[in-house]
Ligand binder design. Structure first.
Ligand SMILES: Nc1ncnc2c1ncn2[C@@H]1O[C@H](COP(=O)(O)OP(=O)(O)OP(=O)(O)O)[C@@H](O)[C@H]1O
Ligand SMILES: [Mg+2]
Length: 352
């Protein structure tokens, strides 16, 4: 069953290009939403002054509802003349909660599935083992995996603060690290429905409206790709720099190049702390001294060299790493050869 709240969420995708791309909901232009049998009727309020974008906005609102509504639903957009209600104040973001955080590091890669989340989780645990105060924000609003990888999927997220408007999330503490994922807030499967501007706003909330307290490192597990979310994130969160993850494979490398360029873009200009090569070789459990270069050899080392980026280390492809991730007990907690790779990585990042 459709409800009004859901339709209002859809309508947040309709931006008013004449008003700094604020959406029509936050501008207070949606006067009413009616749900009839097989029709949805939205009324937009326009002030007396003529709005040159009036027809565009009516069309955009109609198309937006049409796109989301079940097939066959009729969509009507009516208008009334009314001074818009005071714009509803969305959550206002500021950097207050990050003021005691010394370093904010984005873990990124243009490419999906190369092991960003695995590296983030294990690096966090390794830094905590070295005595640092660490937090992790899972910025992958579309496919959050931190809750599973840390075994915190059932954790209840606490809230702090006096009222709804300035409530803060309280991160989950486990393995000496503070974790917060959109998956903790809305359930892992559900996060998949976030879209466009809402995803960005949800994401900023996870990072900026959270009671991190004093931290030496806040790691941000970035979603795959190099889209709007990334640009907005890099622009609004005062990152110290980025760690880029790749595999040695050539196709991964060209995507990763795009990831690197995203941080080097003149508009954002964030330093690249270095490049990590994941899945560098495969070592079977039964033959711990053997190395099989399944995805090619040293592709990441070469790339770091060519791009003039510090190389931070190689992480082997080990069955234990995958299993520990699935079980929620990160490999870096243990004392095994693959844990050592993460501890080395943590030391290198700390000294960078
Ligand atoms: N070094 C490794 N050894 C074994 N398995 C690994 C290793 N690194 C990652 N994996 C496994 O590969 C899969 C993908 O890793 P992960 O989810 O960390 O990638 P990602 O880059 O965060 O992906 P996405 O782009 O979807 O966010 C996971 O199942 C993970 O357990
Ligand atoms: Mg991931």
């Amino acid at each position: 069953m459709l409800n009004k709240t859901e339709i209002l969420q859809w309508l947040q995708e309709v931006q008013h290009p004449g008003k700094g791309d604020k959406n029509i909901v936050e501008l207070g232009m949606v006067d009413s939403v009616e749900i009839l049998d097989e029709a949805i009727c939205v009324t937009l309020a326009f002030p007396k002054r003529p709005d040159p974008l009036r027809n565009y906005l009516i069309g955009a609102a109609q198309a937006c509802v049409y796109r989301h509504a079940p097939g066959g639903t009729e969509v009507e957009v009516k208008t009334i003349v009314k001074e818009p209600a005071k714009p509803s104040k969305g959550p206002e973001f500021n950097l207050e909660q990050l003021k005691e955080v010394s370093n904010i590091i984005g873990i990124a890669s243009g490419k999906g599935g190369v092991g960003k989340s695995t590296v983030t989780v294990n690096l966090a645990v390794a830094l905590a083992r070295l005595g640092y105060r660490v937090g992790v924000a899972d910025a992958d609003v579309y496919g959050p995996s931190i809750p599973t990888m840390t075994g915190t999927q059932d954790a209840q997220i606490g809230m702090a603060g006096e009222d709804e408007n300035n409530a803060l999330f309280v991160p989950v503490e486990k393995y000496g690290v503070k974790w917060l994922s959109i998956g903790h807030v809305s359930g892992e499967g559900q996060a998949l429905i976030w879209r466009g501007p809402m995803a960005t706003s949800a994401l900023k909330q996870i990072i900026l409206q959270t009671l991190w307290g004093p931290l030496d490192y806040l790691l941000i597990d970035m979603p795959p790709g190099t889209g709007d979310i990334h640009i907005s994130l890099i622009g609004d969160v005062p990152m110290t720099g980025a760690v880029i993850v790749t595999t040695p494979q050539a196709v991964a490398l060209s995507d990763v190049l795009r990831g690197v360029n995203m941080f080097r873009n003149p508009q954002v200009q964030k330093p690249i702390i270095g490049l990590v090569e994941n899945m560098s070789w495969f070592t079977p459990a039964a033959h711990p001294d053997e190395k099989y270069y399944l995805f090619g050899r040293d592709g990441g080392v070469q790339m770091a060299h060519n791009l003039n980026i510090p190389f931070l280390g190689q992480i082997p492809l080990v069955q234990d790493i995958r299993e520990s991730a699935d079980e929620g007990t990160p490999a870096a907690l243990l004392d095994r050869p693959d844990s050592a790779a993460f501890l080395d990585l943590a030391r290198r990042i700390a000294s960078a």
